[in-house]
Write a protein that binds this ligand. Structure first.
Ligand code: COA
Length: 162
């Protein structure tokens, strides 16, 4: 497949990166010339892992994919997307329940950066019920999270939860 000659930015908190996120990034990599995985410093959440820890984990899991780079940001997404030359903001839609929030986000980002389009991909069905919070909750209660995160992330979570 010929990739589209465009840089896409895939923003998120990634606290931590799950197999759902990496599935989406693996789908994006062959589509776009470059996929910038943009790790948000904190946003509205109180992350369990620091920004540098989240970047390091994401790099270890998806950094080998062609055209994929992982960077942190603590500014407006629309501005950051412009600064890396992205013309597409990529977001995942797992279920209908994601739609309302994503619709608002896409609308606000269009207002802030009209030249950038938001595109949506869906993760594989087996990851459609995963979220970072649920994975943290299961890990915190001693449940098996290996199906949902990379072994490296699972080890970091188990260590942090101890
Ligand atoms: N597989 C599994 N889980 C997924 C997923 C996928 N493919 N896609 C999203 N999720 C989960 C995440 O794990 C997260 O779960 P959690 O709430 O339990 O932690 C949830 O869905 C949503 O997270 P995410 O996609 O990471 O988005 P977010 O809401 O954390 O991040 C930003 C939103 C970072 C994109 C947004 O806050 C932002 O742009 N911030 C920068 C500041 C800014 O510009 N603000 C104005 C925005 S208009």
């Amino acid at each position: 497949m010929n990739s589209i000659s465009v840089t896409a930015i895939y923003p998120g908190t990634f606290d931590p990166l799950t197999r759902g996120h990496s599935d989406l990034i693996a789908r994006s990599a062959p589509l776009f010339k470059k996929t910038v995985v943009a790790v948000a410093a904190s946003g509205r959440k109180q992350p369990l892992f620091s920004l540098s820890e989240r970047i390091t984990m994401a790099e270890a899991v998806v950094g080998h994919l062609p055209g994929v780079v992982v960077v942190g940001f603590d500014t407006l997404l629309a501005e950051f997307a412009r600064s890396v030359g992205a013309t597409v903001i990529l977001r995942g839609l797992r279920a209908v329940s994601d739609f309302e929030y994503e619709f608002q986000l896409a609308g606000m980002n269009r207002h802030l950066a009209p030249e950038i389009e938001t595109l949506f991909l869906t993760p594989a069905a087996e990851y459609s019920f995963i979220s970072s919070s649920l994975v943290k909750e299961v890990a915190g209660l001693g449940g098996d999270i290996n199906r949902f995160v990379d072994p490296l992330v699972a080890a970091a979570l188990q260590e942090r939860m101890r």
